[in-house]
Design a binder for this molecule. Structure first.
Ligand code: PFF
Length: 520
């Protein structure tokens, strides 16, 4: 007898949990780095267009599909797609990406999240308090990550300890389920995160113009860097691709996670207003908080040219090198440093549990395994899969996982979902389904956006990417010769995980068919 499906308990709980999943390292590290590397104001127009034409429609699509599938006791994409089109036996395999993608992101995301826990500790313990220049802060980071042995770190030991703690904390939350674990975590972590962010925001705004030799490196110009629009970039395909990619990543849409969260709703629960609330909360956290801490702080100390060079040299340099350096210049450096890294940790953990939940839900829903057992199986498998990311960071494994899980498959799966919803399920039925129990009606113009604009936009992005990138990607042109064997092994590993998941989907359906045919 399958157990009764878990539930959120209240409307606020799911909004907080979806916002918790959306607000993550993407808001505070990836967004500033992408915005700065793509020229600040030049990035914001494609970003906002992508939010309206891709992000919001996909948010509503995922909430609606998730709630629909939950009604058939399916919490992951294979089952949800199968409930949309029962007659087609193959459609469920398109859903494999909806379990695979989150798992791949989880593998490297949890590792990066563990750095934020470690740095929260280092901020308080004063481990990096004496460092005053980019070079030494950079070698502190590289030593910690195990990329070099230096006076700060002789091994990967610290990183491994904090990774293990972070992993166990994630498993602990998952163990208590949707209502008892994830909802409870988000309930206190989200307000705490906003408090840390506000403290930092106020401190940054008070910075003024700290470098006497450069009066134009002031806080107002720091904000202007992001907000003065630059229309010339609208013709650059790369800026559009990066902006659209950031919208998917930050909203947690296009990968299957929101499908799973929404599957714990019931039929009459609103999805229109709730989806909109979660998306807006994320955008406030991204453009207002994420955009107003690191960018102006780096601007006033390093100026626009250096800041851009730092952002281009690696996504994590602004967050783990520049930011602690800036805060080291201020009184109460330990306190502000802790606020910064603990804010990142809270943002990270409320996202990583959401990445794990599709795998757990798949085992529970499709194999009738109870939650504790499903979480135990997940923890063993995921822990093993995380090891290459931890040990071979320097050989490009994390970048490769982010490229496939956090970029390509996001766009592929978003395209599949949109076509499935608007064309296979049918836009008329889909529009009615979205509005079941809705507290608000979506403007009619979005019906047309969901049917034509979103899928065309997605096909366009995919097509452009394939046209421009497939040869360099296949032949690993951007990878150094020394890293190629590692990147190749990562690709083979990913293909194997995908095949195993597809076989598991097949076995699950075969098992269910057999159970149905068995006499009582
Ligand atoms: N949205 C998260 C962030 O901004 O860090 C990352 C993420 C979580 C991406 C869940 C995708 C996902 F399904």
């Amino acid at each position: 007898m399958p157990a009764v499906r878990d539930s959120w308990g209240s409307r606020l709980a799911i909004i907080m949990a979806v916002a918790g999943s959306a607000i993550g390292l993407g808001n505070f590290l990836r967004f500033p780095a992408k915005a700065v590397a793509n020229g600040g104001g030049a990035f914001m127009i494609p970003y906002l267009v992508s939010l309206l034409l891709l992000g919001l429609p996909l948010m509503w699509i995922e909430w609606t599909l998730g709630r629909y599938g939950g009604g058939f006791e399916h919490g992951t994409a294979p089952g949800i797609f199968h409930s949309l089109v029962r007659k087609n036996r193959f459609i469920k395999y398109f859903g494999v990406i909806g379990i695979f993608g989150p798992l791949v992101i989880f593998i490297y995301y949890t590792f990066i999240e563990s750095w934020t826990l470690a740095y929260s500790f280092f901020a308080l313990s004063g481990h990096y308090a004496a460092l005053a220049d980019q070079a030494s802060m950079q070698s502190f980071l590289r030593g910690f990550q195990g990329l070099e042995r230096n006076t700060f770190f002789q091994s990967l030991g610290w990183a491994y300890v904090f990774f293990s703690i972070t992993f166990l904390l994630n498993i602990g939350v998952l163990f208590y389920g949707i209502r008892g674990g994830i909802a409870r975590l988000c309930n206190w972590a989200m307000p705490a995160l906003f408090i840390c962010a506000l403290i930092l925001l106020i401190r940054v705004v008070m910075l003024g113009a700290p470098m006497a030799a450069h009066p134009d490196w002031n806080i107002l110009n720091g904000f202007g860097f992001l907000w003065n629009p630059d229309f010339s970039a609208l013709t650059k395909a790369k800026v559009w691709l990066e902006a659209a990619g950031q919208i998917f990543f930050t909203l947690s849409v296009g990968i299957g996670v929101i499908l799973t969260y929404a599957s714990y709703l019931s039929k009459g629960d609103d999805v229109v207003l709730s989806g909109l609330s979660a998306a807006s909360t994320n955008e406030i956290a991204e453009v207002i908080l994420g955009g107003s801490i690191i960018i102006p702080a780096a601007f006033v100390f390093f100026g626009p040219t250096d800041m851009q060079a730092i952002a281009e040299s690696g996504t994590f340099n602004l967050g783990f090198v520049t930011m602690p350096l800036v805060l080291n210049h201020l009184p109460w450096a330990a306190f502000f440093g802790f606020c910064w890294f603990f804010l990142l940790f809270l943002a990270g953990i409320t996202s990583s549990v959401s990445l794990a939940q599709p795998c757990v839900a798949f085992m529970e829903d499709e194999f009738d395994i109870n939650r504790q057992k499903a979480v135990a199986i997940f923890s063993v498998v995921a822990f093993v899969l995380c090891q290459p990311a931890v040990f071979f960071l320097g050989q490009g494994v994390v970048d490769e996982l982010d490229f496939w899980g956090g970029t390509v498959f996001l766009v592929v799966f978003a395209t599949i979902e949109t076509v499935m919803f608007a064309w296979v399920f049918g836009i008329e039925k889909a529009w009615d389904e979205i509005h079941q129990g809705a507290a608000l009606r979506i403007p009619r113009f979005y019906k047309w956006v969901i049917k034509y604009v979103t899928p065309l936009f997605l096909f366009f992005i995919l097509g452009m990417w394939l046209w421009q990138e497939w040869i360099p990607v296949i032949f690993m042109k951007h990878v150094s010769a020394a890293s190629r064997p590692y990147v190749l092994c990562t690709r083979i590993g990913l293909a194997l995980i995908f095949i195993i998941l597809a076989v598991l989907v097949k076995l699950a359906w075969r098992r269910k068919r057999r159970l149905r045919e068995e006499p009582l």
